[in-house]
Design a binder for this molecule. Structure first.
Ligand SMILES: [Ca+2]
Length: 489
């Protein structure tokens, strides 16, 4: 009798154990998705403006990104939410807007400014994905770490904030002193370098090497993966192997034809681009960048984009080699745009189109590729788009819209307006106009600018004070106010 009771208890425990295991298996938090769930390759390219063939420009050589675009959808009107690395990435990766007190600058930390918000990689991890990244996805290597199944890694250096000081990665002998000094963030050696070195010597080449190795390991998994690959260039300094500089004839490089502040633009629209000024071969005052330097900077930017294009090609080729390509969604995004001398400005950090508009290409194995869309896309839309493409439920906290309808039909539109902000400026954009309000310290609008992208795509005439546009300004002001109010909720 006694032993019978013992056996039956054992059986009960066994059965209970079985039930618990069964429940654990089917708990979405711990259960791998079915093998057919798509992988995600999430490629971030720092400071990449949409100056590529896919977006209608032909002067930068980027055959690999062109090839990706030929099989995906290029968004010609994709806007970041805030034009600086850390803040833009934080907003994209959490799917919420920046505000005057959240996601302000490059120092932004998701862990501190949006604690408890499930980041994009964390959401995939919670849904059975294996998540990891090589290179720069979050701005800080030690931010958002709970989102990764496997600790993310950046090339060659200890995986700490100290490497924030090392990513400039000068290689030419004459710049070797830069490695020996504790360079302050934002300041450094020269603004460009053409090293006579193999791709794998520079930081981003090392990133590729690690990414290819990681892909081989990911290919062995029984669960789908979310894999981030984050490239630093074309972020300053424009350090790239010489062979990519040699793709361009310096004499053929055209300068911006609008190197002046737009007519009637607000004083606040101008800034002295301290990021570029801090490089030691750039004058640290407020004089315009001399033409020979402007040409060199453009040349360096183009070389860096071509360098990264080659890296992207290697990663995608590896996906194909591992038979992963046909079951992998690829999202390629720049974290914001860049001024290359237009309006006499350089770098990001402004509310002109050149700083806000960025490169976004999405390729799904299930959706017809080779599409270009003019539909307005905001970077808060990326999170809900990727989750929907992967067949996951939409997280409640997201503010953006899924772009899947646009992927299926490039003529369709999901946004009537998109929004961005920088310091004391708030911008709203519809399918024709961009309107920005500048605020004083009391929160009162002190100035504004309106650009008609149909008549004036380069934003050379501020029409905010032209009475002909009063109706449009009224509409945009109202929608902006609604956005600012909703954003607080
Ligand atoms: Ca950036």
């Amino acid at each position: 009798m006694k032993s019978k009771t013992y056996i039956s208890k054992q059986r009960i425990y066994k059965s209970l154990g079985f039930v618990l295991c069964f429940m654990a298996l089917f708990n979405c938090k711990d259960t791998p998705k079915k093998p057919e769930a798509p992988n995600i390759l999430f490629i971030s390219i720092d400071d990449l403006r949409p100056e590529l063939k896919a977006f209608g420009k032909s002067h930068i050589i980027s055959p690999n990104i062109d090839k990706l675009a030929a099989e995906g959808t290029a968004f010609k009107n994709a806007y970041c939410n805030v034009p600086v690395c850390g803040a833009s990435r934080a907003s994209l990766l959490t799917g919420i807007y920046p505000t005057p007190t959240r996601y302000i600058d490059y120092k932004t930390r998701v862990d501190e400014e949006a604690p408890g918000v499930v980041t994009l990689p964390k959401y995939f991890k919670n849904n059975g994905y294996y998540t990891t990244a090589i290179g720069k996805i979050f701005h800080h290597p030690d931010d958002g770490t709970k989102g990764w199944t496997k600790e993310t890694y950046r090339p060659d250096y200890p995986n700490t904030n100290a490497q924030q000081e090392l990513w400039r990665d000068y290689q030419s002998p004459e710049n070797s002193w830069t490695k020996e000094l504790e360079l302050p963030l934002g300041g450094a050696g020269p603004a460009w370098e053409a090293g006579q070195v193999h791709d794998t010597i520079y930081y981003d080449g090392k990133t590729t090497k690690l990414a290819l190795k990681e892909l081989e390991e990911l290919a062995e998994l029984k669960q789908p993966f979310f894999f981030g690959v984050g490239y630093i260039r074309p972020h300053l300094p424009f350090n790239a192997p010489k062979k990519y500089w040699d793709l361009y004839n310096p004499e053929d490089i055209e300068l911006a034809d609008n190197h002046y502040i737009p007519k009637d633009a607000p004083r606040d629209a101008w800034f002295n681009f301290p990021e570029l000024r801090s490089y030691n071969n750039i004058a640290n005052d407020s004089i315009p960048i001399p033409l020979d330097q402007a040409r060199k900077l453009r040349h360096g930017y183009y070389a860096c984009v071509s360098f990264i294009d080659a890296q992207v090609g290697m990663v995608i080729d590896k996906l194909k080699e591992l038979n992963l390509y046909d079951n992998t969604i690829i999202v390629l995004w720049g974290d914001h745009g860049w001024n290359l001398g237009e309006h006499s400005l350089w770098t990001k950090m402004s509310c002109f189109k050149n700083a806000l508009q960025s490169a976004l290409i999405i390729k799904s194995p299930k959706i017809k590729g080779g599409m270009v869309t003019k539909a307005l896309a905001s970077y808060v839309d990326i999170y809900p788009t990727v989750t929907e493409m992967a067949g996951l439920d939409r997280p409640q906290h997201l503010v953006g819209k899924s772009l899947v309808p646009v992927l299926k039909n490039p003529e369709s539109e999901v946004n009537s307006y998109v929004f961005a902000r920088w310091q004391n400026a708030e911008t709203i954009k519809n399918n024709r106009y961009a309107y920005t309000q500048y605020y004083n310290k009391s929160g009162i609008v002190k100035d504004s600018m309106l650009y008609d992208h149909q008549k004036d795509p380069d934003e050379n005439i501020n029409r905010a004070y032209d009475p002909k546009h009063n109706g449009m300004i009224k509409e945009l002001k109202k929608e902006l106010e609604i956005h600012l109010y909703d954003r607080k909720q």
